[in-house]
Design a protein. Structure first.
Length: 327
């Protein structure tokens, strides 16, 4: 079965995608439907790690379930690897794997090896291919020495690594991850993020739903912000910050107070935050002024200077706060 040539270049392509749920009525009165997703048009390119960000109830999980064909759309269309999730459901499922994390998808009384073997059988791998694939993934995710131990004896980090191994057992083209590092310590989370980045080496696409802004900045090529069931913006993390907040940051060390005062008076410089003796964070709204500020700093003998965009967390909070503020 071939993919739709119109969307074959994208791993995910949605157009006007929506999902509503009927709300049970009380005393015979019909309640308004719950709109979980509305008019979402999104394109995720093959081979990228794409972040899906938003507060609880924003619609992230609904979108993931639609792409995984767990639920069907109420309106609009969605294609996964070129296959429509409604009319070509079986093909869409074959090229996709879902990792929801927690204890879902793992059998605690089975060993890690038995869990992976079970999922390999479900995906139709023959015994020899399944055995090779299981051993390769156990080794890759540092689980080989505990491969025969029951999963119920595993730490949270080990279970999350096993989840990712399970998601890769069928070598999917698209991997859907929902909060994959939730509950992990910083070391374990960092290790798992490296593994997530490594999964795209052979052209695989990852769609990652997360609340962790540092994770999105570290792992994702692009991010999509979603709120109240609607898509807000899609861009690179740096591009998103500049587009929403419109500022650049210049962090400096070793600058005199008079110099910082003069820079603060330049048109386009919105703020100079003193962070220590001779240290400051300069916020510039006009991109053309960045060069002037850097020239003045270097000309004054300052050597410790770097530019940084606003953090993704600031963008996220800015957009969420804006959505909560009545027009």
């Amino acid at each position: 079965m071939t993919a739709d040539p119109g969307t074959a270049g994208a791993a995910v392509h949605t157009s006007g995608l929506g999902r509503t749920y009927a709300r049970p009525g009380r005393r015979g009165r019909r309640q308004p439907d719950v709109v979980a997703l509305r008019e979402v048009s999104l394109r995720v390119e093959r081979g990228e790690v794409h972040g899906l960000l938003g507060p609880n109830g924003a619609g992230k999980s609904t979108l993931m379930k639609l792409l995984a064909t767990i639920i069907l759309p109420s309106t609009g269309t969605a294609q996964v690897c070129g296959y429509d999730v409604v009319t070509r459901t079986a093909a869409a499922r074959r090229c996709t794997a879902v990792v929801f994390g927690g204890d879902r998808g793992l059998y605690p009384r089975l060993s890690a090896r038995e869990n992976l073997s079970y999922w390999a059988a479900l995906y139709g791998l023959d015994r020899a291919a399944a055995r090779r694939r299981v051993e390769l993934l156990l080794e890759r995710f540092a689980l080989a020495e505990r491969g025969n131990d029951r999963v119920e004896t595993f730490s949270t980090g080990m279970r999350q690594r096993l989840h990712l191994a399970r998601g890769l057992i069928s070598e999917p083209q698209l991997l859907l991850l929902d909060e994959p590092t939730n509950g992990l310590d910083p070391v374990a989370a960092g290790s798992l993020r490296q593994e997530i980045r490594g999964t795209t080496g052979d052209g695989r696409t990852v769609l990652l739903a997360t609340h962790d802004m540092a994770e999105a900045e570290a792992v994702c090529d692009r991010v999509t912000l979603i709120n109240n069931g609607a898509l807000v913006l899609t861009d690179s993390t740096a591009g998103l910050a500049r587009r929403v907040l419109g500022t650049e940051r210049i962090e400096v060390d070793g600058a005199g107070g008079d110099l910082l005062d003069r820079i603060g008076d330049l048109p386009g410089v919105t703020a100079v935050h003193r962070t220590g003796p001779g240290a400051a964070r300069i916020e510039v709204r006009e991109p053309a002024v960045v060069g002037q500020v850097l020239h003045d700093l270097v000309d004054a003998g300052v050597t410790t200077v770097r530019t940084t965009p606003p953090s993704l967390e600031e963008v996220y909070l800015h957009l969420v706060d804006a959505a909560r503020t009545p027009a």
